[in-house]
Design a protein around this ligand. Structure first.
Ligand SMILES: Nc1ncnc2c1ncn2[C@@H]1O[C@H](COP(=O)(O)OP(=O)(O)O)[C@@H](O)[C@H]1O
Ligand SMILES: [Mg+2]
Length: 621
């Protein structure tokens, strides 16, 4: 597969794929999304054919009109009678009759064109909606390793542009292609029907020009692709700058950013000017060859008219048909590149649809009694390395037991593997060796969604969704009542600050919860977890980014949350986990020490050292 040149710069163009029989037949497998609309599809095909046919009648009538008006053209010319049983070439209609025919033809054509556009758009939109939904469901059920390997923003851009490309193909390119084929066939038929001799002369000129135009044109397209790349690049600069505007201003680097932007803009100008030479030459060439070609054919035709071989109206008909055929032919180049892009687009969409997601439930499920957790967790000799970095063994040999209701603290230097342990607990990944047991049963005995339904995670960086506070809390239990939400907020020490907002629970939190402070966001997340009422709770450095005042409030909220559940607490500030039932000191993928705070302080080990280090720092600040 040929990778698109714009792939790496965040530009959204779909990559092109080779047009091969295999690629096409695989792409056609996506037609199953159009299946419910197949009857409408057949109608659309019919309307495309009809509209192409009626379009071609226009030059015919126009020619006839001229013949009706120009005197002395009623002399019959030699000609075949066509398939209609009447000699269409020599038939004489009055000017008014031809006008009537033209309006009849135009009337029919408007209906056909309207129907074709309407039907194909409907089919494209509806079919694509289903495809989008499937792709989205599939993506959501992908394992975490999938997301670790791909940049999510890029991925979602890619997918939305690929889907648009496919939709365009269904609603537009496909129709254009068929129309072009029909027009070409009908146009060529009429051209030969008017005059075989003139048709052959014309065909000696047109393909030469067309091929040159295609070659020249594709070169220019490639070059304007480069300009677009550069433009996208400068767009990225703008985006980055505004995202980090606080940093730009704080460092007084406005001038630096302006210079960076100017540099990239002038690169675009440079490319565009180079392109302009080629484009100018191309347009000049096209004007010369198209009009030159028409003049040449006309000259030949006029000679034939003077020799009495052709009527003037037929000649006009012929020229219009030739232009129609010529432009249609030139349009194929663009369609060809559209087809390649569409094939590329279907390739990545099919890849996603084909891949195996996690076996998660894609409907709203209840915890089944058989799978209800009591909160006993055992890690039995767990070893693990991330699929994307197989050579680094993150966890070497981890064994631990957490009993129902216990608080287990995981501490240790950053990068030791603490978060990784919680990821395994949530079954984001499977351990390479060893087994995780829940209530004595291996994790594999539980359906994935049943397990996750009974755990809650409060991470360090809380991401709130862009709705109201109420919606964000209710995320822990979709369909929760207002009373439940308020009760959860109260336990999370969040009710007071929420009530102080003018719109209370209906306050919109803004993108990523930007309108709330860190501590407030944390407490919304805790309320969410309380509402979920999990048996197992995971707090991953939930208080480490807070100031001491909100830490106090959050700590209280966390104590409320941990009551009666098994909790895994990763803490940066060791003062917050002093009362934990067990403290596990993780270092380089193994448990270096474990015990209660007092036990560990009495040993001259890593825990005590870490404590002493933090003590020094907190004394200073
Ligand atoms: N998704 C990932 N893919 C590959 N390596 C990872 C991934 N996440 C974490 N790591 C690596 O695993 C090690 C342990 O990370 P982590 O469990 O997050 O440590 P911490 O104890 O600070 O929570 C680190 O060396 C980190 O670079
Ligand atoms: Mg971590």
């Amino acid at each position: 597969m040929a990778k698109s040149r714009r792939d790496n710069n965040g530009n959204d163009a779909s990559p092109k794929a080779k047009i091969s029989r295999e690629n096409i037949s695989q792409a056609l497998s996506l037609f199953k999304y159009l299946k419910p609309y197949r009857i409408k599809f057949v109608w659309a095909l019919l309307f495309i054919a009809l509209s192409a046919f009626t379009t071609s009648l226009f030059p015919l009538f126009l020619g006839k009109m001229i013949d009706a008006a120009v005197p002395g053209t009623t002399i019959p010319v030699a000609g075949n009678t066509g398939g209609l049983g009447l000699d269409l070439k020599n038939i004489h209609w009055s000017v008014n009759t031809t006008l009537l025919f033209i309006f009849l033809q135009l009337g029919a054509q408007t209906i056909f064109s309207f129907m074709r556009v309407y039907l194909l758009t409907e089919i494209g939109e509806k079919g694509l909606a289903r495809m989008r939904q499937d792709v989205y469901s599939k993506l959501l059920s992908m394992p975490m390793s999938f997301y670790a390997e791909k940049r999510v923003g890029e991925l979602s851009n890619r997918i939305s542009s690929d889907l648009s490309q496919i939709q365009d193909a269904i609603s537009f390119t496909f129709a254009e292609f068929l129309r072009a084929v029909f027009t070409l066939i009908i146009g060529l038929f009429f051209i030969f029907w008017v005059s075989t001799k003139l048709a052959l002369i014309m065909l000696a000129v047109v393909p030469v020009v067309a091929v040159l135009a295609v070659v020249f044109g594709s070169r220019i397209r490639k070059m304007s692709g480069k300009a677009q790349d550069q433009l996208a690049e400068s767009g990225t600069i703008v985006q980055e700058t505004f995202q980090g505007i606080a940093i730009v201003k704080a460092f007084t680097n406005e001038y630096y950013e302006i210079a960076r932007y100017a540099k990239s803009i002038y690169a675009v100008v440079q490319t565009a000017i180079t392109n302009a030479r080629y484009r100018g030459a191309f347009i000049a060439f096209m004007i010369f060859s198209v009009f030159g070609g028409i003049a040449f054919v006309m000259w030949n035709g006029i000679n034939m008219v003077q020799a009495g071989e052709l009527k003037i109206g037929l000649l006009v008909m012929f020229v219009i048909f030739s232009v129609l055929v010529g432009t249609t032919f030139a349009g194929f180049a663009d369609m060809f590149s559209q087809l390649q892009k569409t094939l590329g687009a279907t390739q990545s969409i099919r890849e996603i649809l084909r891949s195996d997601g996690e076996p998660v439930a894609l409907n709203d499920i209840m915890v089944e009694p058989a799978f209800t957790l009591h909160g006993n967790v055992t890690f039995d000799h767990i070893a693990f390395s991330y699929p994307s970095r197989k050579d680094v063994q993150v966890l070497k040999d981890i064994s631990l037991t957490a009993n129902n209701g216990e608080q287990i603290a995981l501490v240790g230097p950053s990068g030791a593997g603490k978060s990784t342990i919680t990821s395994l607990l949530l079954r984001f990944y499977k351990p390479d060796s060893g087994t995780i047991f829940f209530d004595g049963k291996p994790a594999a005995a539980f359906p994935l969604s049943q397990l996750r339904k009974q755990m809650a995670l409060v991470p360090q960086d809380i991401i709130l969704f862009g709705g109201t506070i109420k919606e964000n809390i209710a995320y822990g239990k979709p369909g929760a009542t207002d009373a439940e939400i308020i009760a959860a907020a109260e336990k999370a020490n969040a009710h007071l600050f929420i009530s102080s907002f003018p719109e209370k629970y209906d306050t919109v939190v803004g993108e990523h919860g930007m309108k709330l402070s860190g501590g407030q966001r944390q407490r919304v997340a805790i309320a969410r977890a309380i509402l979920k009422n999990p048996s197992i709770l995971i707090l991953d450095e939930a208080t480490s980014s807070l100031d001491s005042e909100s830490e106090q409030l959050v700590q209280e909220a966390l104590e409320n949350l941990m009551k009666g559940r098994t909790s895994f607490v990763i803490a940066h500030r060791l003062s917050t986990i002093r009362n934990a039932d067990k403290i596990m000191v993780i270092d380089k993928g193994v448990i270096a020490e474990s015990g209660t705070h007092n036990e560990l302080m009495n040993r001259n080990g890593l825990y005590r050292r870490l404590n002493e280090m933090q003590f020094d720092i907190s004394e200073l600040t």
